[in-house]
Design a protein around this ligand. Structure first.
Ligand code: ADP
Ligand code: MG
Length: 699
């Protein structure tokens, strides 16, 4: 057995000290995101060129890549004209072919009759004969020094300051020493079982693969490692939250349960009961709950959240409900008020419009524990309110996932946490972006979703659509018009264009168009009290047509509004379109979603078409993830997840599942990763996650 090698290269070494780099190239590397030796090892090629096995000249086919080993019979250099050409005739025992290089003057002293070369390229027919034009080649000098493999190899993402050739030359010697630099993570038994090659081999072959098979093995191993480290990070983060600050364990007796259920004027659905059982089980422990509750709009999440809140109150703690906007906070408060009429649970709505005096009063009622349930926006509640005894924090994120953070309410105990979202989270995201949360899903709504007919309306049919809307308005129904922006684009002089409707401008047009009806405008720059006023008049049916921007996207529940018109629908993402459509179809009346869009873009067309085909939020979310990629849907950095360099959570889903299972098993068997066999994993994990996940103190 050798002792640890003294001269082992350190992965954190700045790239500047790598042989062949130096200060100037280090700058160029930094521009490519490479700062350390570890970064350099993970600077993966974007493509690989394999040199085909040599063939005989008689087997060459026009327009097919091929390599030949042949002797030069004649050469001919014509230095004249605009394109000096170096020509040669190649021969082997089966035939001859031509070869030529434009601007080939430099070859005069290199290629002479009698020399043997390896040439690789795509021959074409010229004057009835096969001819290579500008092929890659090496001259075999009989010493074995020439390496035909140099014709093949990795293709790195290069820059003007750093060519592929240079990167290749810097990485190659390091890779030859991969065994000295890179540590293995797993034992042989595990690698055999999961069919993973060694980690040093993976680095060797990802950069300089001998063949396509080995390249595939290298990719699989490195993808697995990347996913495994990410999942181990999530598992550790979760372990830490669960074990380092306790929550209040809540009792749910039959008496408490039936008292809460009596508050609802209906029986809970099977899905609601399942989800409540999961939440009650979590809350009964002193490990803080960290659960995501997903369910389409109208699936009955608010009722479940209120159950959890009342359970916390029954256990003499406070419940905090936070919404992304004031409008939504308001709406939550209203529906809670409905269920809690005549109850002695005290509840408070915190809004932006209150006077400082009132605010102080509210704050003191919350900090002395007189208030049981507090509702407000995340910003308002987190500002400076001190809770006497927060037992649960419920965060309604609607579609805006990614904004959730540990609430800053922690006293001596961590509150349980329930995050609600109306955007279905595809499985891949549930395992990555939300990988430290448990997930509960409400699949079926209390009442079947009323049909929402979705149509994509061509510009020529706009008037017909307006006539249809007029007819619905006469039947006392209400309509939303959603525009992509508040003000017209000053650069856009074409007022007739369909796709860039601005709310302020469109409001004027629609006021004329629907002259017999009350048309109002709502947008994010309006004052909060003005917005509240318009919302409440729309709710009461005093407004027929509401022209707005995306502000109405979140959670509004106005059953009589059965028409949703989306202007410039090509400007919105699928998740947004689905959210907007969720505003209608609240009751059994037929509802109509009209998408106005003028587009020739195939991806956009496919997005709009899927909207007309399905109402299934999960199908839409999966589709969105496929066409836009995970990066568009959530920001990895926001979640403290490392950027993935090689794995793709959608394409490598099976590997992700395997990595997750193994990572969580590892952390439960060795939570601090202190066992000797896990040392290399721990080192790599800390290097990758750093302080992002707060793992440093765990380590
Ligand atoms: P979400 O928050 O998921 O959008 P809500 O909790 O607001 O859904 O419920 C949507 C509507 O369905 C509300 O009007 C609510 O009163 C009603 N509802 C919820 N649960 C039930 C149930 N079990 N039976 C009948 N109606 C229900
Ligand atoms: Mg709701």
């Amino acid at each position: 057995m050798h002792s640890t090698k003294p001269n082992k290269l350190d992965l954190t070494m700045p790239v500047q000290y790598v042989k062949g780099v130096g200060p100037a190239r280090a700058k160029a590397f930094e521009a490519l995101g490479v700062k350390t030796l570890a970064d350099l090892l993970e600077y993966f090629p974007r493509d690989w060129v394999f040199m085909p096995e040599p063939v005989k000249i008689c087997d060459l086919r026009p327009n097919e890549n091929a390599t030949v080993v042949a002797v030069i019979e004649q050469t001919d250099f014509r230095p004249f004209g605009r394109q000096p050409v170096f020509k040669a005739v190649l021969a082997d025992e089966t035939g001859v072919c031509r070869i030529l290089w434009f601007h080939g003057g430099y070859l005069k002293n290199k290629l002479a009759p009698g020399k043997v070369i390896v040439a690789s390229g795509k021959p074409t027919i010229y004057k009835h004969q096969l001819q290579f034009t500008n092929p890659k080649f090496v001259v075999l000098d009989g010493t074995g020094a020439a390496d035909p493999q140099s014709l093949a190899g990795p293709v790195y993402p290069a820059s003007a300051k750093l060519a592929n050739r240079q990167i290749k030359r810097i990485i190659q010697p390091i890779i030859e020493d991969a065994g000295e630099i890179v540590d293995e993570f797993y034992d042989d038994k595990f690698r055999a079982k999961t069919k993973l090659i060694t980690r040093p081999d993976a680095f060797k072959w990802i950069h300089f693969p001998p063949d396509a098979e080995k390249l595939a093995q290298a990719k699989r191993r490195l993808k697995y490692d990347e996913l495994f480290l990410m999942q181990s990070g999530l598992a550790l983060k979760r372990y830490k939250i669960q074990h380092f600050s306790p929550a209040a364990a809540m009792k749910c007796t039959d008496k408490i349960d039936s008292r809460i259920r009596k508050r609802f004027p209906f029986l809970l659905t099977e899905d609601q009961n399942i989800v409540i059982a999961e939440i009650v089980a979590d809350m009964s422990k002193s490990i803080p709950m960290n659960r995501l509750l997903q369910g389409d709009v109208g699936s009955g999440k608010t009722v479940v959240a209120l159950y959890a809140a009342l359970l916390a109150v029954a256990n003499k703690t406070q419940a905090v409900i936070m919404a992304p906007t004031e409008i939504l906070a308001n709406q939550h408060f209203l529906s809670i008020e409905r269920y809690l009429k005549n109850s002695n649970v005290s509840r408070l709505l915190v809004t932006g419009g209150i006077t400082p005096k009132k605010r102080n009063e509210i704050k003191s009622r919350i900090s002395t524990g007189q208030t049981n349930i507090v509702v407000g926006t995340v910003a308002l509640i987190q500002e400076d309110i001190d809770f006497a005894n927060p037992g649960i924090v419920i965060i309604d994120e609607q579609h805006k996932f990614g904004v959730h953070q540990r609430a800053k309410l922690i006293k001596d105990k961590t509150p349980h946490r329930l995050v609600m979202t109306a955007t279905p989270i595809p499985r891949t995201l549930a395992m990555t972006a939300f990988g430290d949360l448990d997930v509960s899903t409400i699949k079926h709504r209390p009442s079947p979703r009323p049909k929402v007919v979705t149509r994509w309306v061509a510009p020529d049919d706009r008037q017909k659509a307006y006539d249809f809307i007029r007819q619905r308005l006469r039947a006392k129904k209400q309509a939303y018009f959603v525009c992509p922006r508040i003000d017209p684009d000053p650069c856009d002089t074409n007022e007739t264009t369909d796709s860039v409707k601005a709310a302020t401008q469109h409001h004027k047009i629609l006021t004329k168009e629907f002259g017999d009806f009350n048309v109002e405008l709502l947008h994010g720059r309006m004052r909060s009290d003005k917005k509240q006023d318009i919302m409440s008049r729309f709710r009461k049916g005093q407004i027929d047509v509401l022209v707005s921007t995306i502000v109405i996207e979140v959670g509004l529940d106005i059953p009589n509004a059965t028409i949703m018109v989306i202007e410039g629908a090509d400007r919105f993402g699928l998740a947004q379109l689905h959210q907007l459509r969720g505003r209608i179809g609240r009751r059994q009346d037929n509802s109509y979603c009209l998408l106005f869009a003028e587009t020739e873009n195939e991806a956009t067309k496919s997005r709009l078409e899927i909207m007309t085909r399905t109402n299934d939020g999960f199908a839409i979310a999966e589709h969105d993830l496929k066409i836009r990629g995970p990066g568009e849907l959530f920001s990895a950095r926001q979640h403290g997840l490392p950027d993935l360099k090689i794995a793709n959570i959608v394409e490598d889903f099976n590997l992700l599942t395997l990595a997750r299972k193994n990572a969580f098993a590892l952390v439960s068997s060795d939570p601090m990763l202190t066992q000797p066999q896990n040392r290399n994993i721990r080192t790599a994990l800390i290097a990758k996650f750093g302080e992002k996940l707060g793992l440093v103190d765990v380590a």
